[in-house]
Design a protein around this ligand. Structure first.
Ligand code: ZN
Length: 502
């Protein structure tokens, strides 16, 4: 009976997964090829499928099976127990929320998002402020409904990084921030030195159709399986899964070769994770990615740790010259200088590998204090500017380039920002563990032999699915608790390189 119930439960989870995949295909199409005139009917189709998915996920038969299996979880195998435990955890969070609360919350986010666009355009924080006030109030309420015993920000974090806590992230980020402070000083000095002129190495005229071939070649070489995926174009690059079919997008700039290249490498990192999940557990927690932070660790691993290294460009520059002979005039040192250029700047999404995490630390501290009622929304713009001054030594001249630059808060995504830096921290710690197990990566990467690195990630991260929560997954993979040490050492090496490149 238990066995049959588990099989029925799995069959239902796979139906949910199929509907969700169909939804994502419609969304992917909307971002890539859909003609503009189809938007209304597409919105309807997406709404209809979302409704059907919700009905399936809240059907008494499914919930009954899940609760019954959960009561007897000790009698299931370890793998089966993961499927039941993680599904129940996710569904319990959802079903704790009254449906009128859910409706009120999504309509608030939809309105706030539209107001954010206006507020940013008009550089008027006052337009958005009342909505943010309401959003932070509603998120406090949500945390209380789900679990009144835990700190509210911990409960919100669970939506993106289950298993992470405010206290642990605060500690990690304090250490990271302290370690970054002297590096930022050194970066500032480098940015003012004459070496800065090399940023033009990958600028020029790079026809898009040739760039498309180069980007495909790079993604394939890193391990992207084109028989189970596609590379297309979108205004905001993203990756998504349509079941076993993983789709990534990039965006080309004819005047700048690095623009699409780093988007492609980043999204390829996400895709390699999805393509590495256990195929036999597709649609089950065992065959699902662990968390946003772990996902981001995979994209940042390939984009930054590999993609900005000297070994990588020793491999890539000859490949790129095959497509663009004009690159014969560009040296390896010039390219490295261009892709590792760093300086304190105002906009998070345009910032470099070294200063990036300070943008995240600021957002984390502000949203944590807002949720804990230690900071008022009205005081947010000033707190933002002061934080930028403290962390990066620069002050935004207006709110558009300050507190209004990101959409996350207007979407109610509180607890999302830290996952970006957690991804960087995990990636550096994974890299260190890989080098200890496989040996120095440089020689492999120089030859374009990425397989041993990918195999290690497959085994220690991808194949684990949701067996462990992120901090435990990284601890098991690397033999150490997550710390800021590997990332700080890596960034220190980058800064030292910038200092000696002359
Ligand atoms: Zn990403």
């Amino acid at each position: 009976m238990l066995r049959e119930n588990y099989d029925r439960f799995v069959a239902l989870l796979r139906i949910h997964h199929d509907i969700a995949a169909a939804l994502r295909l419609l969304e992917w199409d909307q971002e890539t090829y859909m003609p503009a005139g189809a938007i209304e009917s597409r919105a309807r189709q997406i709404g209809t499928l979302a409704e059907i998915l919700h009905q399936h996920q809240t059907a008494p038969r499914f919930l009954g099976l899940m609760d019954e299996l959960s009561d007897r979880i000790g009698e299931l195998s370890d793998e089966e127990a993961v499927d039941v435990r993680e599904t129940k955890w996710r569904i319990d969070r959802q079903r704790a929320l009254p449906s009128d609360f859910v409706r009120r919350r999504s309509s608030l986010h939809a309105r706030a998002r539209a107001v954010w666009v206006e507020a940013r355009k008009a550089d008027d924080f006052g337009l958005l402020a009342p909505f943010l006030d309401e959003i932070f109030r509603v998120e406090r309420e949500l945390a209380k409904i789900i679990d009144a015993q835990r700190p509210p920000y911990d409960v919100l974090l669970d939506a993106y990084e289950p298993g992470a806590t405010t206290a642990e992230i605060s500690d990690l980020f304090v250490t990271l921030g302290q370690g970054l402070a002297p590096l930022i000083e050194r970066v500032r000095i480098c940015a003012e030195s004459p070496g800065g002129h090399m940023v033009t190495a990958l600028r020029g005229n790079f026809p898009v159709d040739i760039q498309r071939r180069l980007n495909r070649e790079v993604a394939a070489c890193l391990g992207f399986d084109f028989t189970r995926g596609r590379l297309d174009e979108a205004a905001h690059p993203f990756s998504t899964d349509i079941g076993a079919d993983i789709r990534i997008t990039t965006r080309y700039d004819e005047a700048d070769l690095s623009y699409a290249l780093y988007s492609t490498i980043h999204e390829t990192g996400h895709a390699l994770y999805e393509q590495g999940l256990l195929p036999e557990a597709l649609g089950l927690p065992r065959g699902t990615s662990c968390s946003l932070g772990v996902h981001e660790s995979q994209s940042r691993f390939w984009e930054n740790l590999i993609g900005r290294s000297e070994a990588f460009w020793s491999y890539l520059l000859p490949v790129a010259r095959n497509h663009f002979p004009a690159l014969e005039d560009v040296s390896l040192r010039d390219v490295l200088s261009a892709v590792n250029e760093a300086r304190p700047s105002l906009i998070r999404t345009e910032s470099d590998e070294i200063t990036y995490n300070l943008h995240i630390i600021l957002r984390f501290e502000l949203e944590r204090d807002l949720i804990d009622d230690r900071l008022r929304v009205a005081d947010l713009p000033a707190a933002w500017s002061d934080g930028m001054q403290r962390n990066l030594g620069i002050r935004p001249p207006n709110d558009r380039e300050g507190v209004l630059q990101d959409v996350h808060w207007a979407c109610g995504a509180l607890g999302y920002f830290p996952t970006y830096s957690l991804g960087n921290l995990y990636a550096a710690q994974l890299m260190e563990a890989i080098e200890q197990s496989v040996g120095p990566c440089g020689a492999l990467v120089e030859r374009g032999d990425f397989r041993p690195l990918l195999d290690w990630l497959r085994h220690h991260i991808h194949r684990q699915g949701q067996r462990y929560r992120a901090p435990e997954l990284v601890r098991r993979a690397t033999g150490k608790k997550v710390t800021a040490v590997p990332l700080l050492s890596h960034l220190e090496r980058r800064v030292s390189w910038l200092e000696t490149r002359e």
